[in-house]
Write a protein that binds this ligand. Structure first.
Ligand SMILES: Cc1cc2nc3c(=O)[nH]c(=O)nc-3n(C[C@H](O)[C@H](O)[C@H](O)COP(=O)(O)OP(=O)(O)OC[C@H]3O[C@@H](n4cnc5c(N)ncnc54)[C@H](O)[C@@H]3O)c2cc1C
Length: 419
């Protein structure tokens, strides 16, 4: 085996992780690889076959505790799964990551009743959740959001407004929606709610992306959607914390893993290309400048893999690691985008042919920058870690709640949320 084909992150993997890795390879080879070119050829659409395939594996429950039917396999395991899928189909990786992330608010802050009602359904793949924070005007400025949730008597809240770029908006069954319940600028003025796809007044508006064909990040419009108080996630006023905790602890690494898969695929496609494309008496791979660019791609891939697995490992160990989580996404996306540029150079004019791996992967990696915060926002957060002002360590809050839940008495999965 050439050195470049060997996994670089072995020290972080246990025997269970290796078993999972083999299982991922089997599922990807048997079910996702044959689907990937069809998804790509169809262009922007919402693919439901990936949902079916992944639901059967139980991977939607990778981070859900066993008492709710999940695997509780941890973030290293999740990275193995998302990177393995994304190497063959970045869109399939994006579909799974968006709904793993969608479960974060319920896992992290849902009441016992809410977790009992929803997590078994999610772990079994019968219910796919999403997280809906971003708005058309305010984007990453979460505190500026204008979607409102107004109290309607004692029975619940009425949500009015719009969310945009919501991963799996059309595929999801339930959305974890953050909305304004207090005055703009006031502390604790945002609250998170579960909004079910069938609730009257909820509309999905398709807004196609230029890549990740098969994955959709669409608009959700809330026209006076009535939500019962049982659907509040955590407490009134917890919305901003829930959005940030989900994004930092779950989202950054999810996206890093998808970027790793794309990056590895770019590396493989490029080494194949330069090793087989004739030039003079040999191949492109014999030319020194070409070799140098391939070395640069591999160097970035190795670095990105190490950072992501290190961050996931620290998180699984319950260590404070916000800076590593931020760094994992920053490094994976930056490295992947730069390698896509090198791959484009090495493919010459052929990189512009629609449907070639290089063209597709370049489009796809570009789309991984914004979700869970674009590069400039990651740098802003890293600067805060280095220079202040001090912020809550979300990884610590995650670890504290997780160990508290593990100490709590075991409970059994309850009835179907629809009943
Ligand atoms: C494929 C994909 C999937 C997504 N999935 C989801 C999802 O599931 N749920 C969800 O809620 N959202 C999702 N998003 C939305 C994503 O979270 C937002 O795109 C992101 O938060 C940035 O918001 P914005 O695009 O409105 O950019 P803006 O916030 O408008 O920022 C645009 C640019 O302005 C600069 N900028 C803005 N603010 C600052 C600042 N404070 N400091 C420095 N520079 C700044 C940066 O250069 C930034 O890139 C997804 C997006 C994509 C592309």
């Amino acid at each position: 085996m050439p050195a470049a084909s060997a996994p670089l992150f072995q020290p972080y993997l246990t025997e269970d992780h290796r078993d999972l890795q083999r299982h991922v390879e089997d599922v990807v080879t048997a079910a996702i690889a044959p689907l990937a070119p069809l998804m790509e050829a169809r262009g922007p659409h919402t693919d439901r076959e990936v949902r079916q395939i992944v639901s059967e594996t139980g991977w939607l429950g990778l981070l859900i505790e066993p008492e709710w039917g999940g695997m509780d396999a941890g973030h290293v395991a999740k990275t193995v799964v998302l990177a393995g899928i994304s190497e063959v189909s970045p869109a399939a990786g994006a579909i799974l990551q968006a709904s793993i992330l969608g479960a974060a608010p319920i896992v992290e802050r849902g009441s016992e009743e809410m977790r009992r009602a929803w997590l078994p359904e999610i772990a079994a793949g019968r219910v796919w959740p999403t997280i809906a924070v971003t708005e058309p005007e305010t984007g990453s400025h979460v505190q500026g959001m204008t979607t409102t949730a107004r109290r309607r008597g004692r029975s619940g809240f009425v949500i009015e407004g719009e969310k945009d770029l919501i991963g799996n908006a059309a595929l999801g069954d339930v959305h974890c929606v953050v909305a304004r319940t207090g005055k703009p600028g006031a502390p604790r003025s945002l609250t998170a709610f579960l909004v079910e796809q069938h609730m009257p007044g909820l509309e999905v508006i398709r807004r196609p992306l230029n890549g990740l064909h098969g994955f959709g990040a669409d608009e959700l419009r809330f026209n006076q959607v009535h939500v019962p108080t049982s659907h509040i996630i955590g407490e009134i006023g917890d919305g901003q914390d829930i959005a940030l905790l989900s994004s930092v602890v779950w989202g950054r690494l999810n996206l890093a893993a998808v970027a790793l898969g794309i990056h590895r695929s770019l590396f493989e496609a490029t080494t194949r290309w330069v090793s087989t494309r004739p030039r003079y008496a040999g191949h492109l791979a014999d030319l020194e400048p070409v070799r140098r660019r391939v070395a640069e791609i591999w160097h970035r891939l190795m670095t990105a893999e190490l950072v992501a697995y290190h961050a996931a490992y620290l998180l699984d160990q319950g260590q404070p690691c916000d800076a590593w989580l931020i760094n994992s996404k920053l490094t994976a996306v930056r490295a992947g985008v730069r390698s896509a540029n090198d791959a484009q150079q090495l493919h010459g004019g052929h990189a512009g042919r629609i449907g070639t791996p290089c063209e597709q992967l370049k489009r796809d990696i570009d789309l991984i920058n914004a979700p869970a915060g674009p590069e400039d926002l990651q740098l802003k957060r890293l600067a805060e870690q280095a220079l202040g002002p001090a912020r809550a360590e979300w990884s610590v809050q995650h670890a504290i709640r997780r160990s508290a839940r593990r100490r709590a008495p075991t409970v059994t999965a309850g009835p179907d949320p629809a009943s």
